[in-house]
Design a protein around this ligand. Structure first.
Ligand SMILES: NC(=O)c1ccc[n+]([C@@H]2O[C@H](COP(=O)([O-])OP(=O)(O)OC[C@H]3O[C@@H](n4cnc5c(N)ncnc54)[C@H](O)[C@@H]3O)[C@@H](O)[C@H]2O)c1
Length: 387
């Protein structure tokens, strides 16, 4: 028996669209799901954008005010895909209204914001999924399994990188992303949040770190019209970029392993160069998002000159089998969001969490806060332990 689940989307920019498409596709890929999402209402403040979304994706109604969503009894689950400064207020309000939430990273501007949403979700007894999509890649799950089973020996050190050029163009508009008040941190929340989650997903908790940050493009033009994603602007009044373009960070893990995390949003020549290298006493595993379905694996007893093999993930690795019948048929970015939707809806159906939760968002945000503190103090800092 498949029940309909009324869903709403708040903020119909890039992520709003991707969540909506994931709700539409999830039943095709996961026919065993006992819930079928039904698009009830989309909330968006840019005039006309919600109406376009409704016409294209079949939302029954639209609103300019997200509070209407909280009050709507047809809505049981809400995607919160608005800018970061709204995550806390909307997340808490939706949970208090008894709605399950699927909220985008970084969940607010600070760890305190993420914790407020996590507390509201726990208090209301609803499910809370978070958009750490890279951990949904079957190859990342396979890497985690390999590491956890001792397949590369004892982990010694790792590098996590997230390099992008999305903010490299001098005409990249001064959107909410570059303001403290609406975006919070810069590349920390945007990309390093994923890196902190991946590092922890693969290697466990980070206990201390030392970070340095920089702003490389200090001014941008204010947009003269509505923006979505990484819009361009020229001719607008110039304004200051208030948060960091770049971070590098040394990490110490509870396991004793060492790591390096580096993220940049203005790397010319780097298009979504996200990935990791994890080294152990007997091997190593390498992943590059741009070749999302492959792992580089070195293992054995050779130690020196030990070869590296390319492994294509296939059915049996994570949720790969829900998308492709055999290894080396490519999955893409949006498929990671379909997996996220599946895990969210399964959590709602079964009342137990699957996939990244608000507890994971709190841990990632705590690491980001520590990075900001370390950069400010120019010192190693301890990462607050989980509460
Ligand atoms: N998981 C990922 O890989 C990933 C990728 C990109 C963005 N994100 C996250 O998703 C969120 C949204 O990012 P985006 O790139 O989609 O941004 P975006 O600017 O493209 O979209 C945000 C939308 O929210 C709307 N909005 C703003 N205020 C609103 C309000 N009060 N009520 C309703 N709608 C409102 C904007 O008009 C816009 O359409 C951010 O938190 C970002 O960090 C996650």
């Amino acid at each position: 028996m498949v029940d309909a689940l009324g869903v709403a989307v708040v903020g119909f920019g890039w992520m709003g669209r991707v969540h909506t498409q994931a709700y539409a596709r999830v039943v095709h890929h996961f026919p065993g799901l006992p819930l079928r999402p039904e698009p009830v209402v989309v909330a968006e403040e840019v005039p006309g954008r919600a109406e376009e979304a409704a016409a294209q994706y079949g939302f029954a109604s639209t609103t300019r005010d997200w509070r209407d969503v909280a009050a709507d009894p047809r809505v049981r689950a809400v995607s919160i895909t608005a800018p970061n400064f709204l995550h806390r207020e909307i997340g808490v309000a939706m949970a208090e209204a008894g709605k399950h939430i699927w909220i985008e990273k970084p969940v607010g501007l600070t760890a305190e914001d993420a914790r407020a949403v996590a507390d509201a979700v726990a208090k209301a007894g609803v499910q809370g999924a978070v958009g750490f999509n890279y951990r949904n890649a079957p190859a990342v799950e396979a890497a985690r399994d390999l590491i956890a089973s001792g397949g590369i020996g004892r982990v010694t050190h790792a590098r996590v990188r997230l390099f992008s050029d999305y903010a490299a163009h001098p005409e990249g508009a001064l959107t909410w992303r570059y303001e403290r008040e609406r975006g919070g941190s810069g590349v920390l929340g945007d990309l390093a949040s994923h890196g902190a989650d991946l590092a922890r997903f693969l290697l466990g908790d980070i206990t201390s770190l030392s970070a340095d940050t920089a702003v490389f493009l200090p001014e941008r033009a204010r947009p003269t019209g509505a923006t979505a994603g990484h819009s361009r602007a020229s001719g607008g009044e110039m304004g200051a970029v208030e948060n960091e373009d770049y971070v590098n960070c040394l990490l110490r893990f509870a396991s004793g392993a060492r790591g390096v995390l580096e993220a940049c949003r203005v790397s010319v020549g780097e298009q979504n160069n996200y990935g990791f290298e994890v080294h152990g006493t007997e091997g190593a595993v390498f992943w590059d998002f741009r070749r999302m379905n492959e792992l580089g694996v070195s293992r054995g007893t050779g130690y020196q000159d030990q070869p590296v093999s390319t492994v294509y993930v296939g059915p049996g690795d994570g949720e790969f089998g829900a998308f492709q019948p055999g290894a080396a048929n490519a999955m893409g970015y949006d498929d990671l969001k379909v997996i996220e939707a599946y895990r969210f809806l399964r959590s709602v159906a079964e009342g137990v969490p699957y996939g990244a939760t608000l507890a994971d968002a709190v841990r990632s945000a705590t690491v980001l806060d520590a990075m900001a503190r370390s950069a400010e103090e120019r010192a190693w800092v301890t990462v607050d332990a989980p509460a």
